[in-house]
Design a binder for this molecule. Structure first.
Ligand code: ADP
Ligand code: MG
Length: 728
């Protein structure tokens, strides 16, 4: 066996055992299996030079294994193999014929050329035409035998066989018919690499599939009647029937999701065994007082999640809980409860939030709530003065029981905690991986903190199970009582005036409004300029007689805090702002949300913004201005206007933008799924999860002979993910 170890890439190329012995031959094959052969780079194939291999690499195709694992996204419908004389007008068919004459002609459309050939078999002759492929003329000039796929058309009195795909049979290609006969696989291609080229490569390395090794234990394969991995790969490309292609894809998706679930669950088990946390005693009088003092009765959902948290905190392993709840569902109360539990147990609690504005808000609110309970609340953000910061840092290091609220400055300056028990990450999706990681380190007493991640970007349950299989999930699926749903209206350029007269009417009733301007090109300066511009045009125009404030990322933090405070207190009628208020800000009297250039926002982001209004008993309004929204963008806005259900919108977003992008970071942290699609493969995912759990229960290390390949495969395929998770 060759020693080509570097960059080993399961499932195709992994040697069976660390000693490098070839795996046992399956009973059906007498040939030697050498998985390392699949690690050969693609330029080892005929017809792939340096340019081509670079273009293939850009598509993520580097080795033979990559190629075999690139499952087609569909197959063309099979067509009949017909004699020339049997061709029927309008019907797609393939003919096997010989080229008699060839010519290139210009057409009436300028620039469009037609390649024309007379082709014949023993039954007759037909005129074959190719549009815009004059460059093929040379290849056809010596009268070769060909397979042509296309359909017969009538133009006036002329009959033409319009060719959509062809093959030269004299070229000695081993896989005759791959472009013209049967179920023809279609792959994502690029300007530099055609579908046809990818297909040809696959055709020419079909034999290499004999080196594929199956990581699934035979018991699992048998119990689900799955095809073996080798057959599944081959027939997902070149199936005999659609049902065979489906069965193959299903098996490969199952395998991928099983490896993912194994990696996640194994990681979780290991983490639990070597990260001790302090088990908190049962809730006592302080927690009870906190609940009694809440200005409202918690909803059923809030109570349920607090119970989830209590159960987690009672264990000597760190809580790893993701709390999802639509905007306005009352996640803050659950967070506050968790923090009280930390302090009641004599420890510390920390809340990390993504913006200074939100840090201010939490510090003020928690300060009031916790002050009454005798709990100290400190604020740490970029603009905190040195003396105050030093004092807080000292108390935290000393393990003094207290709560700290902060932005990422909480982690940037290496604040050391003496006894951190509970960490809450609010709007967790706004933080980078490394930022979140920094808080999850042991305290001075060597214990790990319990962690509650909160997100208002609802993650569809399926995606959640796939990507967050290592976290426990709680959902607040019930809004506090008495909310009237926000009304959403779209305004395009023709009725812009109506938008502002509507806003004026609400302001005249004593309500307040947000006017949000989009982040432009991710450029803070340009965005700030556009917000300032909007502010000027409103003060000089539609909102001239009202008190307006302006907040954007370029302003000094004290100034921002002042403007926000004035707005909260009702001293301003409207606040012109960038997305700094996207998350978490809670001003019940603000009932109007105007979003300018809304087509620049994603659905989920718009939903976040809409969640800023309608938080009190008054009805909220979300007014969407989108002058240049067309096509897909307009559809998106209309979907958004139709429903207030954040989960439904998240699913819509997921479908519209593709799975890779919505929860991008978590996915790009380790690379995309190759075969499985979490929305489409929900049932397979559930099966993979169950299978992973039962495999690990029977063999926690996956060290038995029948599971060893599986353990290797999970490590090779998703080991990057788990080491990444170690830091989350
Ligand atoms: P989010 O989940 O978006 O963080 P918040 O925690 O900010 O939501 O809560 C939104 C608003 O609802 C706040 O004004 C909060 O005081 C109020 N609220 C939370 N829970 C309840 C409840 N059970 N009953 C009534 N109002 C509640
Ligand atoms: Mg919140």
């Amino acid at each position: 066996m060759s020693e080509r170890g570097g960059g080993i890439h399961f499932p195709l190329g992994r040697p069976a055992s660390p000693s490098g012995e070839a795996p046992a031959l399956p009973p059906t094959s007498k040939r030697l299996i050498d998985p390392s052969r699949l690690e050969r780079p693609l330029d080892s194939l005929r017809g792939v030079g340096r340019t081509r291999s670079a273009a293939l690499a850009a598509l993520g195709l580097r080795s033979l294994a990559d190629l075999l694992e690139r499952i087609p996204f569909r197959h063309e419908n099979p067509v009949r193999l017909a004699k020339v004389a049997e061709l029927r007008i309008g019907e797609e068919a393939t003919v096997r014929a010989t080229v008699k004459t060839i010519a290139v002609r210009p057409t009436r459309r300028r620039g469009l050329k037609v390649l024309e050939a007379l082709v014949a078999d023993e039954s007759g002759t037909v005129r074959a035409v190719w549009y815009n492929q004059a460059y093929l003329a040379d290849a056809f000039s010596n009268g070769p035998e060909v397979l042509l796929k296309g359909s017969l058309r009538r133009y006036g009195t002329l009959l033409s066989f319009v060719v959509t795909s062809h093959e030269l049979l004299s070229s000695g290609e081993p896989s005759e018919g791959i472009h013209t006969l049967g179920l023809i696989p279609v792959y994502p291609a690029s300007g530099d690499v055609s579908v046809r080229f990818i297909r040809s490569l696959l055709g020419s390395c079909r034999d290499e599939a004999q080196h594929v090794v199956d990581p699934l234990p035979s018991r699992v394969v048998a119990s689900h009647r799955f095809p073996g991995r080798r057959d599944a790969l081959l027939s997902s490309h070149f199936p005999a029937s659609i049902s065979e292609a489906r069965a193959s894809r299903k098996r490969l998706a199952f395998e991928e999701l099983l490896l993912l679930q194994l990696a996640l669950q194994k990681h979780r088990r290991e983490e639990e065994s070597d990260r001790p946390a302090v088990a908190l005693p049962a809730p006592g009088t302080l927690a009870a007082r906190f609940l009694r003092d809440l200005p409202f009765a918690p909803t059923g959902a809030q109570t349920r999640v607090m119970a989830d948290v209590d159960r987690d905190l009672a264990r000597a392993i760190p809580m790893r809980r993701l709390l999802q709840g639509d905007v306005g569902s009352g996640k803050t109360a659950v967070a506050a409860y968790s923090l009280v539990r930390a302090v009641e147990a004599g420890g510390q609690g920390a809340v990390m939030v993504p913006t200074e504005v939100l840090a201010d808000q939490h510090a003020v609110r928690l300060g009031e709530q916790f002050g009454a309970l005798g709990i100290r609340v400190a604020l740490l953000k970029g603009s905190t003065r040195a003396a105050a910061r030093r004092d807080t840092v000292r108390r935290l290091a000393a393990g003094e029981p207290m709560v700290v609220v902060g932005t990422h400055s909480l982690i940037q300056d290496q604040v050391a905690f003496g006894a951190l028990r509970v960490v809450v990450v609010d709007e967790q999706h706004r933080f980078g991986v490394r930022q979140r990681a920094a808080l999850f380190t042991p305290s001075g007493d060597d214990s790990w903190p319990h962690a509650l991640h909160m997100t208002a970007t609802p993650i569809p349950r399926t995606l959640c199970l796939t990507l967050y299989g290592d976290l426990d999930v709680s959902v607040i699926d019930e809004l506090p009582p008495g909310r009237t749903p926000v009304l959403t209206r779209l305004f395009y350029d023709d009725n812009r005036d109506d938008l502002w007269s509507f806003v004026r009417a609400r302001l005249d009733e004593g309500r307040q409004a947000f006017v949000v301007c989009p982040l432009i090109d991710d450029n803070v300066a340009v965005t700030a300029a556009s917000a300032s511009e909007t502010f000027r045009s409103l003060t000089g125009g539609p909102l001239a007689s009202y008190r307006l404030g302006l907040v954007h990322g370029r302003l000094k933090s004290e100034h921002k805090s002042e403007v926000m405070a004035a707005f909260s207190a009702g001293g301003l009628d409207a606040l012109v702002t960038t997305t700094v208020i996207e998350v978490g800000v809670d001003v019940p009297n603000a009932t109007v949300m105007v979003v300018e250039d809304a087509h620049r926002f994603g659905i989920s982001q718009l939903h976040q913004l809409r969640g800023r209004v309608g938080r009190g008993a008054e009805r909220g309004y979300c007014l969407i201005g989108a002058d240049s929204a067309e096509g897909e963008a307009r559809e998106r806005l209309e979907t958004f206007a139709r429903t207030n259900d954040g989960f439904a919108l998240a699913e819509a977003d997921l479908r519209a933008r593709g799975e890779g992008q919505v929860f991008g970071e978590r996915q790009t942290g380790w690379g995309d799924l190759k075969v499985a699609r979490v929305l489409r493969d929900q049932k397979i995912l559930a099966l993979a999860r169950r299978t992973a759990t039962s495999l690990l229960e029977g063999d926690p290390e996956l060290s038995s002979p029948q599971n060893r390949l599986l353990a290797d495969a999970a490590q090779v395929r998703f080991g990057g993910l788990t080491s990444w998770l170690d830091n989350v």
